[in-house]
Design a protein around this ligand. Structure first.
Ligand SMILES: [Ca+2]
Ligand SMILES: [Ca+2]
Length: 242
């Protein structure tokens, strides 16, 4: 608290030093971020949800579809992603007794597991990673495909086939070291019907958020230095003789 009891004449030099420290810290942090950026982005595929989550720098967001009424067409109900029909699908939030989470799945037809086709998911900002759960993949040709912001192909995954246990929910997740996942499509094969659930999203922090974090850290460092300096000055004061 004493740190803020300053004369006006002392504020300007301190502000200048704090600004310089902030700029230096921010610059150093940005250099570190740039230095850590991969030279060649690569997409990684995970079939283990825990391993996928552990490979992310922060916790993922999950959309479970359980707050929507049965047979609600999926569009833009959830922040950060929009759903649309793809490859003949009809994406719905639909009640299903064997949902991976809660009461609903993301169905591609009405009722679940009676409609073939697919769904496209477009994210409003780039994602570091995404994942989802799928059920009842039985035949070849069920593809999950990932695209970047320029609509370029990043990678794809064919749902497990042959599938030794189609009635068990399975996970597939992607992580892009280039932080560029912007669109994901699911297309089922001509002979199969699958259900989806528990979409996972791992958005890349927006640049403004990163800068705020960096600036916040720099201000905190400055405040700590200020407090430390005050403590040293207090320790250096000699008690007056009685
Ligand atoms: Ca669910
Ligand atoms: Ca099936």
């Amino acid at each position: 608290m004493t740190c803020f009891k300053l004369r006006i004449s002392s504020i300007r030099p301190m502000a200048a030093r704090l600004a310089a420290a902030t700029a230096a810290t921010t610059a150093a942090a940005l250099v570190a971020v740039l230095a850590s950026a991969p030279a060649h982005a690569a997409i990684s595929v995970y079939t283990d949800a825990a391993a996928w989550a552990a490979a992310l720098p922060q916790a993922a967001l999950s959309i479970n579809f359980d707050d929507l009424a049965d047979l609600t067409p999926l569009a833009s109900q959830y922040p950060g992603v929009s759903f649309s029909a793809f490859s003949g699908g009809n994406p719905l939030a639909a009640a299903y007794s064997f949902a991976q989470s809660g009461i609903n799945v993301m169905s591609l037809g009405d009722p679940p597991l009676t409609g073939a086709g697919g769904v496209a998911m477009d994210f409003t900002q780039q994602q570091r990673g995404m994942g989802l759960w799928y059920l009842d993949a039985e035949f070849a040709g069920n593809a999950v495909t990932v695209y970047g912001a320029a609509n370029q192909l990043l990678g794809s995954f064919e749902m497990v086939y042959p599938n030794p246990n189609p009635i068990a929910w399975r996970f597939v997740g992607f992580i892009d070291s280039g932080n560029d996942i912007r669109r994901v499509t699911v297309a089922t094969g001509p002979n199969d019907m699958v259900a989806l659930d528990s979409l996972q999203m791992a958005p890349v922090p927006e640049p403004a958020s990163v800068m705020l974090l960096l600036l916040g850290g720099a201000v905190l460092i400055g405040a700590r230095r200020c407090a430390a300096g005050h403590a040293e000055r207090v320790a250096g004061v000699q008690p007056r003789a009685a």
